[in-house]
Design a protein around this ligand. Sequence first.
Ligand code: GLY
Ligand code: MN
Ligand code: MN
Length: 245
Amino acid sequence: MKAMKPGMSEREVQGIHEFVFKKYQAEYEGYPSIVGEGNNGCILHYIENYKPEISSDKMILMDLGAEYHGYTADVTRTIPVDGVFSDEERAIYDLVYKAQDAAINAAKPGVNIQRDLDRAIARKIINDGLVELGIIESPDDRHLFFPHGLGHHIGLDVHDKGNYDKLEPGMVITIEPGIYIPEGANCDKKWWGIAVRIEDCILITKEGSELLSDLAPRHSDEIEALMKQPSPLDSFILPDLEKGG
Ligand code: GLY
Ligand code: MN
Ligand code: MN
């Protein structure tokens, strides 16, 4: 987050993450890294990470996880490229955050991921919020702004096998709500190109859950504060090969 600069390429942002994975001795990536600026964030498994210059007025969605000694992580952060959320970006971001936080707080043994955490909590918060923002008309409207499940088991594989009936202590799952508003969507165009996913890994404990990926800030204010700080990569400038060094 500290290293993010407008004008970087999506691939460079991917490279920064993967360098840090290696710095910590992770053997592999757990899955192909997803780094999408603006509308590219709406493409769920966008692994081209092609865009050469990310724009200062967009957000960037970064879904990357290291594989370490056979186990994989799966974490997504979505941040404003220039370090400051616009009003529309913050409205969508904070709604996804509210849905994620509520689902994390409700996760405990005996709970069902799809029925209790996804439908009754996260999807309900998102649908009610989309109505408040005027993006859909009724919480019962059919729409594609949250087109995937809330979470999955994670472990040896990124989408690991597991019991989806009832959570049990020792299980590790992701909680990953998202809102994706592609260009041309049926809503005010001020929302177009905003794509937000926040994804964390939680360990189910006897009492509730433990957030395993909390070193990476999630709250919009914490993200803005961190992005104001300098990065050791600010002075990492390579020769310009086109000019012959
Ligand atoms: N990175 C794939 C997923 O979030 O499920
Ligand atoms: Mn996931
Ligand atoms: Mn992911």
